[in-house]
Write a protein that binds this ligand. Structure first.
Ligand SMILES: Nc1ncnc2c1ncn2[C@@H]1O[C@H](COP(=O)(O)OP(=O)(O)OP(=O)(O)O)[C@@H](O)[C@H]1O
Ligand SMILES: [Mg+2]
Length: 228
């Protein structure tokens, strides 16, 4: 996939979509036994998750974890500084605090994330929807090259879905592409995918354009499951 493109991955429960996201991101619990991950001509397969993040990969989790003791603000500042440091070849280059705060407040307002969340511990006691919005806030602040969104639409109320989807859409540009894992056509009404991939049993079994998502919503996956 390329920057400026939106790819949707749709598939039944347990087909391996989250596993794909974790494998791409370098989650230590997953070992890649076959295939390679190539990004900008570089093989990332052996790199650690933080090294992949420094190169611009980002994953918004289906089930974000709480990080008690670390506020949203300090988490974001450390993550940004880690990326800036890596880009400077290991030399510290911390973001200026006023600049950081200004952008954080702007992005929070844009994504309608309550300002009160910034000083709370990351995801600690957050509602399901608040966690998802804060995932997108992280994406907006970190400005990845490729953003993987694992069911970011699940559990969002109607207004939040629209805000979050537009937030993602605004970031898709020559600087960023998005891989959107979803069960529902609805988020794709706001973020029109360039490609839709049907994922069954760990494999892509069909590819198409946005019309494929409509077809899946109408027909389900039975047609594919009969084949595998
Ligand atoms: N750590 C693990 N050890 C063993 N099996 C696992 C592990 N993690 C996931 N699985 C299994 O791998 C399969 C694929 O899981 P995965 O979470 O990738 O599915 P998914 O497509 O994201 O499903 P959903 O739509 O429900 O989120 C499932 O059968 C799951 O139980
Ligand atoms: Mg999943």
């Amino acid at each position: 996939m390329n920057a400026n493109e939106v790819h949707a991955v749709m598939g039944p429960n347990g087909s391996g979509k989250s596993t794909l996201a974790y494998a791409l991101m370098g989650h230590p619990a997953y070992v890649i036994t076959e295939g390679r991950i190539l990004f900008d001509g570089e093989d990332l397969t052996e790199l650690e998750a933080d090294e992949r993040a420094q190169r611009g990969l980002f994953l918004a989790f289906q089930y974000p974890h709480a990080v008690p003791g670390v506020t949203v603000t300090s988490f974001l500042r450390s993550a940004i500084n880690a990326i800036r440091k890596a880009r400077k070849g290991g030399e510290d280059d911390p973001v200026a605090i006023p600049e950081f705060r200004k952008e954080l407040l702007e992005q929070m307002d844009r994504l309608k994330v309550s300002r009160e969340l910034a000083s709370r511990y990351l995801n600690d006691g957050f509602s399901g929807g608040e966690k998802k919005r804060v995932e997108i806030l992280q994406m907006a602040m970190l400005k990845p090259r490729i953003a993987i969104l694992d069911e970011t639409d699940s559990g969002l109320d109607i207004d939040a879905l629209r805000v979050v989807a537009r937030g993602v859409k605004d970031l898709v540009s020559p600087e960023m592409g998005a891989l959107v894992i979803t069960h529902y056509q609805r988020i794709l009404e706001y973020i029109t995918p360039d490609f839709v991939h049907v994922f069954i049993d760990g494999r892509i079994v069909e590819e198409g354009g946005p019309e494929l998502a409509h077809k899946l919503e109408a027909e389900g996956y039975e047609r594919y499951e009969a084949k595998v």
